[in-house]
Design a protein around this ligand. Structure first.
Ligand code: UD2
Length: 310
């Protein structure tokens, strides 16, 4: 059984998880599987370990989230759609915005349209990338949105579409603005999150590569808490809303590197490389709204989350 409170989330529902083989989607399926019927729509672009799936009740459909017939057919049978399918790399969006726009915006619109027709609820993955550089910290949901990448603009667009589909067509939508998500089975590689990159580096004996002076900060949220937010969003009456999903704790990249260094068996060195172009200086979520309206409470502090990954 997946380790989230058993008294939250949908029960006996037909659930569609787009991107269900990816990092967050596969954790979500694992949490939902014991009490719901799950269908995954995934193009296989981010394969997750097979043991994440519940063997009896999860059906995997290999397909593209932009495919009208496939999406319509699957949404028709779903009470709830968790829309996690996305091109998640900010870098790729900068290199090829038409490609990422197509998946991230047109794919989402396809899901919303099908839900409009069939009356399904949609919980979708938005991002803190919509805020751009913060003017004030912590960042609440009414903070100005000034995305710094096509990815951020695409997520802002779908965040707005979610609200619009609720306002115009009564589709019950909830947009979850994920901060920096980490946890078991996050894939490595150059497009991966900094925690899995640092861990891979530490495993190999280092060095741990801090870009710039490491003074830049992030709000790292464990995937299990992200799943908790999704389960709460699936049953909330507060539809047509967007919610931050973070922890409210700000951690610098240098502090993170040192924490991973401390946990490592290999005594890796920390080195500094050039700062990343357009990097966000500081990020930290205000989770008051998520807490008040969804009942969301993060349960895993970074220190213990990191310890459990080693
Ligand atoms: C994250 C999300 C992105 C989007 C964005 C919102 C990931 C992978 N990306 O981008 O999808 O939601 O937040 O703003 O979760 N760093 C190093 N060394 C490394 C790799 C990274 O120092 O080897 C630094 C990097 O310069 C940055 C920080 O770590 O300051 C976080 O980088 P990231 O790529 O994990 O995530 P971010 O915040 O750019």
């Amino acid at each position: 059984m997946y380790d989230v409170p058993s008294d939250i989330g949908p029960v006996d529902c037909d659930v569609l998880v787009t991107g269900g083989r990816g990092f967050i989607g596969s954790h979500l399926c694992r949490a939902l599987a014991p009490s719901n019927d799950i269908v995954i729509l995934d193009d296989g672009s981010s394969p997750a370990p097979a043991e994440q799936y519940h063997p009896d009740s999860v059906t995997v459909v290999d397909g593209d989230v932009r495919d009208e017939d496939v999406v319509n057919g699957l949404v028709a049978d779903a009470d709830i759609v968790f829309h996690e399918a996305a091109e998640v790399s900010v870098t790729r969006s900068v290199e090829s915005p038409t490609d990422t726009h197509s998946v991230n915006v047109s794919g989402t619109l396809r899901v919303l349209e099908a839900s409009r027709e069939h009356g399904s609820r949609v919980v979708l993955a938005s991002s803190c990338a919509i805020y751009g550089n913060s003017e004030s910290l912590p960042i609440d949901e009414s903070h100005p949105t000034e995305p710094k990448s096509p990815y951020g603009l695409e997520k802002l667009t779908i965040d707005h579409y979610a609200k619009l589909y609720n306002d115009l067509y009564d589709v019950p939508t909830v947009a979850l603005r994920y901060f920096n998500v980490y946890g078991p089975s996050q894939s490595g590689g150059e497009y991966s999150g900094v925690i899995s990159i640092f861990q891979d580096q530490a495993k190999e004996g280092g060095p741990i590569t801090v870009e710039g002076d490491g003074g830049q900060t992030r709000d790292f949220v464990h995937v299990r808490d992200v799943i908790q937010a999704n389960l709460r969003a699936a049953t909330t009456e507060h539809v047509g809303e967007s919610f931050n999903v973070g922890t409210g704790t700000e951690t610098s990249i240098l502090e993170l590197a040192e924490a991973i260094q401390d946990h490592a068996a290999t005594d890796p060195k920390i080195v500094h490389t050039d700062p990343r172009e357009g990097d966000i200086a500081r990020s930290c979520a205000d989770i008051t709204k998520s807490s008040d309206l969804l009942g969301y409470e993060p349960t895993i502090e970074l220190e213990s989350g990191l310890a459990s990954l080693v």
